[in-house]
Write a new protein. Sequence first.
Length: 311
Amino acid sequence: MTQAGTAPTVAELLLGATDRLRVSGSESARLDAELLLAHALGVERTTVLAHPEARPGSGQAQSFAAAVERRAAGEPVAYIRGFKEFYGLAFSIDSRALIPRPETERLVELAEARVRTVLTGSPRPEDAPPYRVWDVGTGSGAICVALAVVLRRHGYGDAVELFASDRSERVLGLAVENAVGHGVADRLTFAAGDMFDVSGAPSTVDLVVSNPPYVPSDAIPGLPIAASFEPRDALDGGPDGLDVVRRLLAGVPEVLGPEGAALIEIGADQADAVLDLAAGALAGWTARIHEDLAGRPRVLEVDRGDEGPLS
Ligand code: GLN
């Protein structure tokens, strides 16, 4: 039994863990320690920061110590806590899926803008079919679920139908969990399949969104150790990183309707290469690059129409 008076305080636990994590190579050791302690205590990080003098019970201190050891071995904080914030929403996450990255929020923003522009731009007849979106390689479902949530919030919920697919049957369980957890399972259909070869998929859609693997194979070993806990096929895009982007561009003419567009996440150094690919694969289409919040190229937009509504 630990004597209440001698148990370490929150401040002491954080100091010890920060040192441990710094030595093990974490670049965000203090933040990691705060998040993991909050998780072990079942409180918000702000509560931890507000009570440095508190003395957690020995069970909580032990689960914190175990979490710190996992992090010290390189496991990402998101997998240890079991969730990750994305687009202001908490997503369940585990090693079946890539951890949603902040830069991917740009893709959701662009998709949202596109859908809202199309749905408000021209009057739609009462019996118009729903606007259809397909998230290819959905993983945890972060992109399509965030999009469904934000569209519903702005009153477009009923006008939009989302379809999401992934090659991995296993990861779809996680995506469904996230759709249910955020109350959008009624607008979203999930199915397993490779690229556009998915049974039950709509014959055409208005918008394709995708965060494909795009890291060149030989750059994978150089990624931070946390990435080694993520599914390799969510990261590895083949020799030049663009194998899956190529397949997406080859497939979109079949699947996109007359005003359709695709938004595809890319690596910050791939803008010129993907514009070349798009010019080769999609003659007569418009292609452009959108930057992320850090000002780096991040999303390729290809548009069948000639005056894509995005700016
Ligand atoms: N942005 C991710 C990384 O660099 C890559 C994600 C992806 O390949 N889709 O770790």
